[in-house]
Design a protein around this ligand. Sequence first.
Ligand SMILES: Nc1ncnc2c1ncn2[C@@H]1O[C@H](COP(=O)(O)OP(=O)(O)OP(=O)(O)O)[C@@H](O)[C@H]1O
Ligand SMILES: [Mg+2]
Length: 461
Amino acid sequence: MDKADKIIVLVEDDPIITAALTERLSEAGYSITAFATADQALQDLDKLAPQLIITDVRLPGTDGIDFLKQLKQRDQSISVIVMTGYATVSDAVAAMKLGAADYLPKPVSAEELLVKIERLFELLQLRADRDRLQQDAERRFALGNVIGRSRKMREIFEAVNLVKDLSTTVLIKGPTGSGKELLARAIHFQSVRRALPFVPVSCVALSPQLLESELFGHERGAFTGAYRRKIGRFEAAADGTLFLDDVDDIPLELQTKLLRVLQERKMLRVGGESEIDVHCRIICACKADLQQLVDAGRFRADLFFRMNVIRIELPPLAQRKEDIPLLTDHFVAHYAARQKKAPPKLDPEALHYLIEYDWPGNVRQLENVIEASVAFCSAGRLTVAHLPPEITHRPPAKGLFSLNLPARGTVDISGLTDAVQAELIRWALRLADGSQSKAAKLLNLPRTTLQSKMRKLGLAD
Ligand SMILES: Nc1ncnc2c1ncn2[C@@H]1O[C@H](COP(=O)(O)OP(=O)(O)OP(=O)(O)O)[C@@H](O)[C@H]1O
Ligand SMILES: [Mg+2]
């Protein structure tokens, strides 16, 4: 930021001090506007939008301390330097308590003020840089509440950012606990529809009749027990998003009706006669490979094609182990806050077990494990002892490596050593959360050697 873009407001009722400070600060390159009272300054603040306000305490009308209070109420982040009479230490204390960035005893030396201003702007710049970096990192490794840094997850975030505002149907495929519903919510809440309804409906374990009336609603008297009209989920979603969960379980007879909705964007309530327009965006989720269900005659091919327009596949957690450290940190912080504890420090060995485990229940299982471990841990550390046995009990290792070599034939020793080295480097990078210098330490190698090995083995990005 150029100095001239740094706007300072000075509030001082003594014209001689005002003239002296204004001259010196303008000379130093700042844009400075002076007011004789706080009330006048308050009127013009929105227009001026200063980054810094320097105010005297003793002022006619609103005094400097009240002025500071009002400023902080308008905008917590505004920087204020207060000039206090030299005998009034209590003013300085009050000002600092109210959030002043600094204070200066009077008579104010312009040089001293300049030093303080420069330091303050440096600090503001550092803070802005840090916030920007943090936001960039967050944007790269998260989409709403969905966290991930693996290449696969980053590709998903990019894809979602491209399609979130469209009305095209999305199909999310993934095993249990992989984050399908969380992703569907993120798509909705990151999109232009965020203020409109998000309506989830599970297609599992409902009889075809129940599911039909759940989705499309029914008219009064449509069937025994239909005492009053019911609005279905499609209508409830209005212009928002309908999340059709577990579409693999939709009974065949209902698939035909659903196809009509997806094709023509019109539906009938059960027992109803007038057609109703469907406006919502539809996000479907499935666990099974729908193509296989189609081949097996359990899913209509035409419905599959209608659903499968934008397809997002969430891989099992075991196929994106790079996400485990980030997810673990996130859940540790989350559950520590929930349990009103300071977040415990995760032992590297505990993390090692978490990374090595296969997670059949995917992210949900990791989340549950962390929730329990945080509850069990004390003394601010989360260690292997706090992890459940299924994660720490592994088949006993037969030495560091076990060789599985053919009884006859040749073995390419250099190819095999390369494979072992690549495996070790991947292990270290996972454990080091992608940091090459930490991974090099784990492998007891200089970082440059690790890097050249990575290039040689084709592991560098
Ligand atoms: N990438 C992620 N970042 C943060 N939390 C996640 C992530 N993926 C999943 N979770 C958490 O894991 C749990 C399970 O996620 P979710 O319910 O979305 O999975 P699902 O795929 O719908 O599972 P199911 O098929 O069993 O219904 C939730 O508590 C969710 O918040
Ligand atoms: Mg789900």
